[in-house]
Design a binder for this molecule. Structure first.
Ligand SMILES: [Fe+2]
Ligand SMILES: [Fe+2]
Length: 300
């Protein structure tokens, strides 16, 4: 009988993620190990398998998000927060096809046509997603083009920069980890999350196109599945880099969430109105204490 795969990746100086094909995942701390007794000290070299690869990738996201309070991680949406999230969604998707194609052409130069083909396919699939966010903003009566031209939510900026930087690296394999992180988190969104947002929107406004397509109902689920299979097929050193970047992207994303979560509705509304130079037809939800502060629920 073939042995089940075990994969491991060191993601910080102290922590390695270990995943078995059976679905078990755990975090191994170097400081808990007696010298010379760490079986995960040397990087893995064997072939991957989808069952263990998903454990590593999702373990990396969980570890990256471990610092964010559960209570705040899934805040109830408000309309103002949703508008901010749509602006974020626009910015995290507008350059995606171009960036992925740039990384693909680098892999062609490097003689890795299979990676290039995967990235080109992803670029095709992601094309037009920025327009979904613009349509949603328009459906909410917001001057969409002016808003996105003048405003990037502070918490989203480092995320966009990270992806830009990853895609122009000499060996841009990390862009797969970044994309996995964003898509996996989007795919966690349930029908009830969409219904909550829909309930906030003015009657008849179809303003959840982006959210629907970046949720468990949309293409994100297949994108995630395809990425897991693809990553599992890569050589060990590539899988290590992808998992390490998934962890780093999750940290950047968690930090960005935290930043946006600290803002009140009134602060977010002020930012939006300043960006477009006029009042929006919405009022901020009252938020007298930090506990009641509502935040942009990221939809990217
Ligand atoms: Fe997308
Ligand atoms: Fe996607």
């Amino acid at each position: 009988m073939a042995r089940l795969a075990t994969e491991w990746v060191k993601v910080t100086d102290d922590i390695s993620i270990i995943a078995r094909e059976s679905g078990e995942v755990w975090f191994h701390s170097l400081s808990d190990t007696k010298e010379g007794a760490n079986p995960f000290a040397t990087p893995m070299t064997a072939a991957g398998a989808p069952g263990s690869t998903i454990g590593l990738l999702d373990g990396a996201i969980n570890l990256g998000f471990a610092g964010i309070e559960n209570r705040l991680a899934r805040p109830d949406p408000t309309l103002v927060g949703y508008i901010v999230a749509l602006v974020g969604a626009y910015h995290t998707s507008v350059d995606t096809p171009r960036n992925l194609r740039r990384a693909a052409s680098r892999f062609n130069e490097l003689g890795r046509p299979e990676v290039a083909a995967y990235l080109e396919e992803r670029a095709r699939e992601e094309t037009g997603h920025d327009r979904l966010a613009l349509k949603d903003l328009r459906a909410l009566g917001v001057p969409a083009e002016r808003l996105v031209a003048n405003f990037i939510p502070q918490g989203i900026k480092p995320l966009c920069k990270r992806f830009d930087d990853l895609c122009v690296e000499d060996y841009p394999i990390g862009c797969i980890g970044y994309s996995y992180c964003l898509e996996r988190i989007a795919a966690l969104k349930q029908e009830t999350d969409i219904a909550k947002v829909q309930a906030l929107c003015p009657d008849g406004a179809d303003a959840t196109r982006f959210l629907r397509s970046h949720s468990c109902l949309g293409s994100e689920v297949t994108h995630v599945e395809e990425t897991i299979s693809f990553v599992a097929s890569l050589p060990a050193n590539d899988r290590i880099s992808v998992v390490q970047e998934t962890y780093k992207s999750a940290l950047v994303m968690a930090e960005g969430y935290n930043h946006e979560l600290l803002k009140s509705d009134a602060e977010m509304l002020e930012e939006l109105e300043q960006a477009i130079g006029e009042a929006l037809p919405y009022r901020a939800s009252s938020s007298p204490s930090r506990d009641e502060k509502r935040a942009a629920q990221a939809v990217a």
